[in-house]
Design a binder for this molecule. Structure first.
Ligand SMILES: *Cc1c(COP(=O)(O)O)cnc(C)c1O
Length: 387
């Protein structure tokens, strides 16, 4: 009972969490100080500034929610949906389904626009729904981590605003892995998570509201149902008043600070490009030994590949042995994709040529593929990308 844990070293190539760089772990283990200590307030100011730079927004209300991505999702929904509001939710996977659940719990009348798992929500369907009814918000998942689909967003913000609706975007898996341009796209509400492409342990989550969203928050007719996530109070802690609401997860905020610093040091464009190149190499390698990508290339989400194993490969046994014998974690298929595909993440620090090659080499040995076929295909592509 009173022995310390021995945590194994894993290569995290699932749908999150991703591997955490050592400097982020070091930041996490810095001394805990008070949540109103001027030094900590300075850390918070810098986190807000770096979050705006990573989200490509000037929104003054840009903070880190105390909790994982789902807490930030709930904060977005609970604060900006009032009982009786009509909202549209794009549903083509697990996280759209979760948004429907949350919006319903917040008292919204929800219209789900569905698309097949593995395809994006057609913009025409969003437009048609906006024309049918007056709605207060459209909610979309940018990177659907359950299917590996990236939702096209350009033009959707304007479309929503023309119809008097706000746009909410779930960027938990997309932020810092693919382009996310909050202001250019006219996104009113966006949240993310720490443990996907930011490569920070789970526990704090970015959240940003546009002026339009703040106006909705300020003009609510009822209190926000959640006390813990009530942004009418929390904005006073992140803002000038510095009023105590709940004790911030101090060390998690240090970790986020370091994670954001690393992202800006690398450069957003470089980081997006890194995710794109390594996903392509992974897919080339797996295709060379008979695996089939589940999602059309046009809307593949670079940080997360869903892929069908060749006949004769038991995906569950494959995942189990990958973890037990090779210390590599990947994800199972979800919902209708359970048993059909596996989900291989290359997020944040986990997105490297070394991850791709180590995974492919393990795959060759576990599936009886000819040694070198997958790794050579990936290496050739990586070399071409270099040239
Ligand atoms: C992971 C994820 C979430 C939920 O985040 P948690 O950190 O697991 O609470 C929400 N949306 C998407 C798209 C995700 O990938």
């Amino acid at each position: 009972m009173n022995q310390k844990f021995e945590i194994p070293s894993r290569l995290l190539m699932g749908p999150g969490p991703s591997n955490v760089p050592s400097s982020v772990l070091e930041a996490l283990s810095s001394p805990t100080i008070g949540h109103l200590d001027p030094a900590f307030l300075e850390v918070m100011d810098q986190v807000q500034e770096m979050l705006r730079a990573v989200l490509l927004t000037d929104n003054p209300f840009t903070i880190a929610v105390s909790g994982t991505g789902s807490a930030a999702m709930e904060a977005a929904v609970d604060n900006l949906v009032e009982p009786g509001d009509r909202v549209i939710v794009g549903v083509n996977g697990v996280f759209g389904t979760r948004l429907v659940d949350m919006a319903g719990r917040a008292g919204a009348e929800v219209e789900a626009i569905e698309a097949d798992w593995g395809t994006p929500i057609p913009v025409e369907a969003i437009e048609a729904a906006l024309k049918r009814n007056s709605v207060s918000m459209v909610m979309l998942v940018h990177g659907e981590t359950s299917t590996g689909v990236m939702q096209p967003i350009e033009g959707v913000g304007d479309l929503c605003h023309e119809h008097g609706a706000m746009l909410l975007l779930d960027c938990v898996t997309s932020l810092a892995g693919v382009p996310v341009r909050i202001d250019d796209w006219g996104v009113d509400v966006c949240y993310s998570g720490a443990q996907k492409c930011l490569s920070v342990p789970p526990g704090v989550s970015p959240l940003t509201f546009s002026e339009r969203a703040l106006e909705k928050l300020e003009n609510r007719g009822s209190k926000v149902a959640s006390w813990y996530l009530d942004m009418t109070m929390i904005r006073n802690y992140w803002g000038e008043k510095r009023a105590y609401h709940h004790t911030a997860p101090i060390n998690m905020v240090y970790a986020l600070h370091e994670g954001l610093r690393l992202i800006l040091e690398e450069g957003l464009e470089n980081r997006w490009d890194r995710h794109r190149r390594h996903a392509a190499a992974l897919q080339a390698g797996l295709q060379a030994v008979g695996w089939e990508p589940f999602v059309d290339e046009a809307w593949r989400l670079h940080p997360l590949t869903t892929i069908r194993p060749p006949a004769g490969v038991d995906e569950k046994e494959f995942r189990g042995r990958l973890l037990q014998e090779h210390d590599i974690e990947i994800g199972a298929g979800l919902g209708p994709l359970a048993g059909e595909v596996v989900r291989v993440g290359l997020m944040g620090a986990s997105s490297s040529p070394e991850s791709v090659l180590r995974f492919l080499s393990a795959t060759e040995s576990l599936t009886g593929a000819v040694s070198g076929v997958a790794t050579n295909a990936a290496e050739q592509l990586l070399n071409r990308q270099e040239a």
